[in-house]
Ligand binder design. Structure first.
Ligand code: P6P
Length: 347
């Protein structure tokens, strides 16, 4: 049956198609739909931040020791509430929450959702790109600590312990991952393990519309995205790598530097144009700055699905077993050739 040239595929209809194949089950379809609804609400809040006086700080500091923006707190509540109301989420772990939270309202599916509700929020007041990042796992009860036969021994059986064990899974277990970028347009990028799909929000009727399917990152690219303000704090072999990118070479043209200071914006450009984004460890941050669970792992799942690589400089990010919720890892992510090149310098 020929598709009419005017058939518009919305995220909602795309998710239903994946459920009918079936690639995902009804519960995961509902979780993803509720995440897209949260992102639409956050997009609206972000785009009107100055008008509704929602810029600036909340006057609190989160577990990361970062000043919370008003919109950090609100975006976290929007994300958490949409996931609760989905009834299919069992545990949520957020950059803005100290510990994972068990969701009482879950009644089936019980998916684990990790997310950074508003990454790059320090850019908000200047209306520079920000984004929400998420990853979805199955419940992981089989690796709960053995409670032994002393049933009233509550040292191991605490709800918090159960949640932490459920959330601390390697990125290779991810069922789905994605982000929503709040920029000149609102772009929702998603993988459910069968390629990367890009949806653009049509503000005229508030739906994400499929604009790119099976996105593939270029195998190499002439853009590097690092905060070179930290250059003096980097390892010597990393400095050598960066210096070599600046050599004009036979083409006479060195690499271009592009750095927004917002992971979602820098990553999305890398995904489309190719090249490499890096947040290395340095003398002041021994494990870099970005968090494994809800920043590096979801982005690495996406980039691998697009034919690229995500590394901590020595190993595949998706192979790293998290030991704590907010643990940080160095990140080098983007075109395969570029990531393999930096891994050689760092070996
Ligand atoms: P720096 C934003 O705070 C963030 O977590 C990422 O979105 C961004 O890539 C990075 O930190 C920017 O950090 O140290 O370069 O300002």
């Amino acid at each position: 049956k020929k598709r009419s040239g005017y058939e518009i595929i919305t995220l909602t209809s795309w998710l239903l198609q994946q459920e009918q194949k079936p690639i995902i089950d009804a519960e995961l379809t509902i979780v993803l739909s509720s995440i897209s609804m949260a992102c639409k609400q956050i997009a609206s809040l972000v785009q009107r931040a100055n008008i509704s006086n929602l810029t600036g700080t909340q006057g609190a500091v989160n577990i990361q020791g970062e000043d919370q923006k008003k919109l950090d707190v609100i975006s976290n509540e929007v994300f958490s509430n949409c996931l609760r109301r989905s009834g299919r989420t069992g545990i949520i772990a957020s950059e803005e929450e100290d510990v994972p939270v068990a969701v009482e309202e879950s009644y089936s599916g019980n998916y684990i959702v990790v997310f950074d509700p508003l990454d790059g929020s320090s850019n908000l007041d200047a209306a520079v790109s920000t984004g929400s990042i998420f990853g979805i796992y199955s419940p992981n009860d089989e690796c709960l600590p053995d409670f032994g036969d002393d049933s009233d021994d509550n040292t191991l059986g605490t709800e918090e312990q159960r949640c932490i064990v459920n959330v601390c899974q390697p990125g290779s277990n991810l069922l789905a991952a994605g982000y929503c970028m709040y920029s000149s347009s609102v772009i929702f990028v998603l993988t459910i393990g069968k390629g990367v799909f890009v949806f653009t929000l049509d503000p005229l009727y508030g739906e994400f519309v499929l604009t790119q399917e099976n996105l593939q990152i270029p195998k190499s690219g002439k853009i590097y995205s690092f905060n070179e303000g930290n250059y003096k704090l980097w390892d010597e072999n990393l400095k050598k790598y960066i210096d070599d990118l600046k050599e004009p070479g036979p083409s006479g043209k060195p690499y271009s530097a592009r750095y927004i200071g917002s992971l979602v914006g820098d990553f999305h450009r890398t995904l489309l144009y190719g090249g490499i984004y890096g947040y290395p460890r340095d003398k002041k941050s021994k494990n870099g700055k970005l968090r494994l669970l809800y920043e590096c792992a979801p982005m690495s799942f996406i980039v691998e699905q697009a034919g690229g690589k995500g590394s901590d400089g020595h190993q595949r990010v998706l192979d790293i077993q998290p030991t704590e919720i907010h643990q940080r890892v160095p990140l080098y992510i983007g075109s395969t050739e570029e990531v393999e090149k930096v891994e050689k310098y760092l070996a």
